[in-house]
Design a protein around this ligand. Structure first.
Ligand SMILES: Cc1ncc(COP(=O)(O)O)c(C=O)c1O
Length: 463
């Protein structure tokens, strides 16, 4: 192994040294280490607004907002000031048991106020999305034990759903890609069909598909026995599983099914929360009030890791009873981290004062129109879809048969590479391009992104 101690001692920070250190020491999430050795990651060293710069000084328009989380854009002085001010006061104090800190209390009040239409009354903080889901699943099981109906333990979810990487969330996630290497999964997790309009064996009618999927959920609950089911979890719009927007009837029907069988409805709003889809919360598109809601990402635009799980009055009431299992034996060292919560408060000020929800709706509609033109023009674009600034392209090898590109086919990565050459950072996942820019995107940014995608397809499509 080459000796790098000399260069480290000399404080060398040149790009090659950093790239070499990365290759030698770092394993990257969701990637085969051999793939990142072959195709080293872009190392982002600076960012401002909607632009990012790599370690070699190349600048890109950030059409991914990091991992669909930097909603207010990079390098916002308001958030940096809130973080610095909080660091001057107290960088960390725990919220376990009988201590707390002011920013976590203020943020819980702010969130319950924002979530008043959904009837949320309590918040438990965590360190990210997977944690927030885990909190929701555990609280759902505990709820039924406190209610004296401890047989209700199973968790239902949708195929193609993504609920993070912990054992609970992974067991609820509906794509074998995320699970196979880590099986066996937890017992009592079951996925049913979701309304994936572009690929389903049932119907081309979106509403009919929504109704059918709701009925399939009801049938599966009946088959297993409602007295065994604790909760149903779903994303208002499926993200990582393929940007699947349900028909308007689907969520209201899911709520009805959950009510019919007395099952808690958990909304995983980790991507859809705080404006990304053009409503403040994704559930509001469908006029549905969940029992439990999970948040992360856009809660503070990723400036410091933070997750949150909110529960409504019915759920919270179970903890008012005297019960031997009433203690919440769950929580993280960083639950309610004061710096993360201070960042969130500043972030939510920006989301509201700049109406980023309205901007996501406006720019998203314009973006989708452009994508539809692209779909009509290029044979490799099977489908384009999305809502607000949560958009995607599904690439196919054959438009007529919808044959997808197989995993690891170089086509999609080639599209991504040419987009980068054009100065646009876009994310590829399997045979899909995920488009999720900061919510401060303006029309000219959308035009630049559409131009880069068009050039990439002109270059790669039909090769
Ligand atoms: C819907 C959904 N739930 C949960 C998670 C997990 O969040 P995290 O990566 O912060 O653990 C994600 C991450 O993308 C997500 O999209």
């Amino acid at each position: 192994m080459p000796d790098d101690s000399g260069s480290r001692r000399a404080g060398v920070t040149d790009a090659n040294f950093v790239i070499e250190q990365n290759a030698r020491h770092v394993w990257h999430p969701m990637t085969d280490p051999k793939a990142s050795a072959k195709e080293p990651p872009l190392i982002i060293a600076e960012a401002d607004g909607v632009h990012i710069k790599d370690i070699d000084g190349n600048e890109f328009l950030d059409c991914a907002a990091g991992l669909w989380n930097v909603n207010v854009g990079h390098n916002r002085p308001e958030i940096k000031k809130a973080i610095a001010d909080q660091l001057d006061k107290v960088a960390y104090y725990a919220t376990f048991g009988n201590t707390s800190n002011p920013p976590s209390i203020s943020l819980s009040a702010r969130l319950t106020e924002m979530l008043a239409p959904e009837g949320m009354v309590r918040v438990m903080f965590s360190s990210g999305g997977s944690d927030a889901v885990e909190t929701a699943l555990k609280l759902a099981r505990q709820f039924w034990k406190l209610e004296g109906r401890g047989t209700k333990t199973k968790i239902f979810s949708l195929k193609n759903g993504y609920h993070g990487v912990h054992f609970g969330g992974m067991s609820a996630s509906g794509n074998p890609l995320w699970r196979l290497a880590y099986e066996p999964l937890l017992q009592g997790f079951h996925q049913v069909e979701g309304p994936y309009l572009y690929r389903n064996p049932f119907t081309d009618d979106h509403e009919e598909l929504g109704e059918l999927c709701a009925q399939l959920l009801a049938r599966e609950i009946e088959n297993q026995g409602a007295e065994t089911v604790a909760a149903f979890i779903a994303e208002p719009i499926q993200g990582a599983g393929g940007l699947i927007v349900p028909p308007p009837n689907f969520w209201p029907r899911l709520r009805e099914v959950c009510d019919q069988y007395d099952i808690l409805f958990i909304a995983d709003e980790i991507v859809t929360g705080f404006g990304r889809t053009g409503t403040l919360f994704g559930s509001r598109h469908w006029g549905v009030k969940p029992d439990i809601m999970c948040f992360a990402k856009g809660i503070n635009s990723g400036y410091v890791p933070l997750g949150a799980t909110a529960v409504n009055a019915r759920v919270a009431a179970a903890w008012e009873r005297d019960h031997p299992l009433a203690a919440i034996m769950h929580g993280y060292t960083y639950s309610g981290h004061p710096v993360a919560c201070a960042a969130a408060l500043a972030n939510l000020d920006i989301v509201e004062s700049e109406d980023l929800t309205g901007n996501a709706r406006k720019q998203g509609a314009y973006f989708l129109e452009g994508l539809e033109t692209i779909r009509d023009r290029f044979p490799s674009v099977g489908d384009v879809r999305g809502c607000g600034l949560m958009l995607g392209i599904e690439f196919v090898r054959d438009k007529a048969t919808k044959e997808p590109y197989p995993p690891n086919d170089p086509f999609c990565l080639e599209v991504q590479r040419v987009c980068r050459e054009q100065g646009a950072m876009l994310r590829i996942q399997g045979n899909k391009m995920i488009i999720s820019p900061p919510l401060v995107f303006r029309r000219e940014h959308v035009d630049t992104a559409l131009g880069a995608i068009t050039t990439a397809l002109e270059t790669v499509d039909g090769r």
